[in-house]
Design a protein around this ligand. Structure first.
Ligand SMILES: Cc1cc2nc3c(=O)[nH]c(=O)nc-3n(C[C@H](O)[C@H](O)[C@H](O)COP(=O)(O)OP(=O)(O)OC[C@H]3O[C@@H](n4cnc5c(N)ncnc54)[C@H](O)[C@@H]3O)c2cc1C
Length: 237
């Protein structure tokens, strides 16, 4: 049995609901990309998802439920601390992104659950976010999504394409402070220490583990550099 959920009105909504943006599961990636309600980091990440024809058809819910370990949207959702609302005939539950992705192309969704919407916390006005992707060969891509509060008291850093699921880099506050202190070039070893252990891809024809580690360090460094560059804007403001 093939079911199309494309015309269910409840699944096609984009709206602000308090501090969160609610993206119906059937909303297309292209619609989100063009929505003024969507956080800029999410729109920027979607620029990298496939190409215009796939974004015209590909949905928010499809991308999240598909759980491709290299996918951009799940990594952004994880970095922003988002969640999904799942509905079963009898009940509903909200699952944080940090608990949703359980393996490559695997989620905590049960077979009888429908993903209703994706809930994205809207970043504070002065927060800064950066999305970077390194994609030296087709299919061997790594994404880094980084965000920081203006005073750098909270920093979020997520990677995709390094292991079975999108993953948060631990102790991102200390890492950003270190980069701010000595500059990204001198902090490269610190960035490598923070991310290299997270890179555990299965062997595949697109790139060795060493190669993905390099991509991860490059993407993470670029994202942190952008955050600090934005921080100069904070200082000037
Ligand atoms: C050429 C090409 C390039 C692409 N490049 C990228 C890329 O660079 N980055 C990237 O992230 N993705 C990429 N994709 C994937 C694409 O963006 C879509 O996310 C993906 O194909 C899923 O499509 P869909 O939304 O139509 O979902 P479907 O194909 O309809 O569904 C995908 C899976 O999710 C399940 N599902 C869908 N919606 C729900 C729901 N509401 N509740 C429960 N389960 C659900 C389906 O049953 C199915 O198992 C690419 C795809 C193509 C064809």
């Amino acid at each position: 049995v093939v079911l199309s959920i494309g015309r269910v009105p409840e699944l096609s909504v984009i709206e602000l609901a308090g501090p969160e943006l609610r993206l119906g599961a059937a909303v297309t990636q292209r619609t989100v990309q063009r929505s003024a309600l969507a956080p800029p980091v999410l729109r920027e990440a979607l620029d990298h998802v496939g190409h215009v024809p796939t974004r015209n058809r590909g949905t928010v819910g499809g991308s999240v439920a598909f759980a491709d370990p290299t996918a951009e949207l799940p990594a952004v959702l994880l970095a922003l601390g988002g969640s999904v609302r799942l509905r079963h005939r009898a009940a509903e539950r909200v699952v944080p992104a940090a608990e949703l992705f359980t393996g490559p192309f695997r989620t905590a969704m049960r077979p009888d659950e429908l993903l209703i919407d994706v809930l994205v916390p809207v970043p504070a006005r002065n927060d800064r976010w950066a999305f970077e992707q390194r994609h030296f060969r087709r299919h061997a891509k790594v994404c880094a999504v980084a965000g920081a509060a203006e005073d750098r008291s909270t920093v979020s850093l997520a990677l995709a394409g390094v292991t079975d699921t999108p993953v948060l880099v631990p102790d991102a506050v200390a890492l950003l402070h270190r980069v701010a202190e000595v500059g990204i070039d001198r902090a490269r070893a610190d960035v490598a220490d923070a991310v290299v252990g997270l890179v555990t891809p299965n062997a595949d024809p697109y790139g060795s583990t060493a190669y993905r580690r390099r991509l991860a360090v490059e993407a993470t460094s670029a994202a942190l550099r952008r955050l600090l560059h934005a921080a100069r804007g904070w200082a000037a403001a």
